[in-house]
Design a protein around this ligand. Structure first.
Ligand code: AMP
Ligand code: ZN
Ligand code: ZN
Length: 404
């Protein structure tokens, strides 16, 4: 009986080894703020080649069209309302680090903010595989007690070519250690979009720089003879819209600043009324406004999939595309103003994000219809051969991208 058990165990181990072998490598690259139509500027030959050899589509970000919410959506398949990273700036008095911002590592490395969802690298590792992250929001965090096998603390100063070199070095690891799921992140295109605008020479220069890094990556895969073993998925988290000083809404022209507590502001302002000021604030903000709509979180239209998470403040004001909501005080003290931003209605064409997928599992030369970024997660889980966590994506929407 013991020998029979040993045999079964041996067969099971063999099966596990074989399925680990069969696992596809998925390399998920994010070019922050790469609007879908930047691809047709003729400035990104390496990305254009990948698009021609694989699948290309405009991808709808999740709402709000911001960096942290959308990066976590891409690796969980959950809307921000369901994964808990509902904004780039959040407030939750019940947590040890109650104020979450992108620059405050103490807060944004606190797993309590992230534990509502399970990112794909955790799932891959729990199911016997390996994962590595060359930056990704959340990748520095011990989410549910697990960090990627390989990861680096976010450093905007790290050269793009070094980021590519690190990814290639991970793919050179011996088979037993090689990650099957790898992420890579570039920030330059987003920064140029904010500081110089989506139609600027600086933006176009950033496109060229990131395209060169993509070229290095593809060349590295070719040199290793693994170009046809890696499913390369290049995405953006959102697009970019041009701003103008005259397209500014001052919330303190509508309500008294003493009557509100602002949690975040830009394309969308999230706020609560000061105790006792609720009726006054609601009367003022819920009246028709020019270039913005304010609503209670529970009154957001269903298509935003946004408003049930306790971390979302009670009132949300959403500006028209190209407008921002601020206060006179904040505007006066801001150092250097943005000429582009995102965070708007996720269905706006300006918010559409890049999606290119090229590799052994993707159909060559397919122009796909627009789809939602929650679908990327079930697609990657299928390629990796892992059982996906419960998610908001729909594999059927993107299944036709696959060649096998
Ligand atoms: P956004 O304000 O939505 O445009 O966010 C973009 C910014 O997020 C970029 O300037 C990046 O430098 C920053 N960022 C990206 N990944 C991380 C990370 N893992 N940790 C901290 N900041 C990050
Ligand atoms: Zn972003
Ligand atoms: Zn940005």
């Amino acid at each position: 009986m013991a020998r029979f058990g040993g045999l079964i165990f041996g067969l099971f181990a063999l099966f596990l080894a074989a399925s680990a072998e069969a696992r596809q490598t998925v390399l998920l690259v994010s070019i922050d703020g790469f609007r879908a139509d930047y691809l047709s500027r003729g400035l990104t030959p390496n990305l254009a080649a990948l698009a021609a050899e694989g699948v290309n589509a405009p991808m709808r970000p999740a709402f709000p069209s911001l960096t942290f919410p959308n990066h976590y959506t891409l690796v969980t398949g959950l809307y921000p309302d369901h994964h808990g990273i509902v904004e780039n700036t959040m407030s939750d008095p019940s947590l040890a680090h109650p104020h979450f911002t992108l620059s405050d590592h103490d807060a944004n490395w606190d797993r309590a903010w992230w534990d509502e969802a399970t990112p794909l690298w955790v799932t891959v590792q729990r199911q016997g595989g390996h994962a590595a992250t060359m930056f990704w929001p959340g990748s520095e965090v011990d989410i549910q007690g697990v960090r990627p096998d390989h990861w680096l603390p976010y450093d905007q100063g790290m050269a793009d070519s070094d980021r590519v070199g690190q990814v290639l070095a991970w793919l050179d690891l011996p088979a037993a250690e090689r990650p099957s799921f790898v992420t890579l992140y570039f920030d330059k295109v987003d920064s140029a979009g904010h500081h110089q605008g989506p139609d600027s020479a600086g933006l176009n220069q950033a496109l060229g720089q990131i395209d060169a890094a993509i070229g290095l990556l593809v060349q590295g895969l070719k040199q290793r003879g693994i170009e046809d073993k890696v499913d390369l998925i290049v995405v953006a988290d959102h697009g970019m819209a041009a701003l103008a000083p005259e397209r500014t809404i001052y919330i303190d022209d509508i309500v008294s600043p003493a009557d509100i507590q602002i949690v975040s502001s830009s394309a969308m302002m999230s706020l609560s009324a000061a105790p006792g000021a609720e009726a006054r604030v609601e009367k003022a903000l819920f009246a028709p406004q020019k270039h913005m709509v304010c609503r209670k979180k529970q009154d957001m239209p269903a298509r935003f999939h946004y408003g049930t998470n306790p971390r979302i403040p009670p009132i949300l004001c959403l500006a028209d595309v190209g407008w921002v909501i601020t206060t006179h005080d904040f505007a006066a003290h801001r150092h250097g103003s943005n000429v582009g931003t995102h965070g708007f209605d996720n269905q706006a064409p300006e918010m559409a994000a890049l999606f290119i997928a090229r590799g052994p599992d993707f159909r060559p030369g397919l122009k796909h219809a627009p789809f939602d970024n929650v679908d990327v997660y079930p697609l990657m889980a299928k390629l990796l051969g892992v059982a996906p966590e419960k998610n908001d994506g729909n594999l059927a929407d993107v299944q036709d991208m696959l060649s096998r």
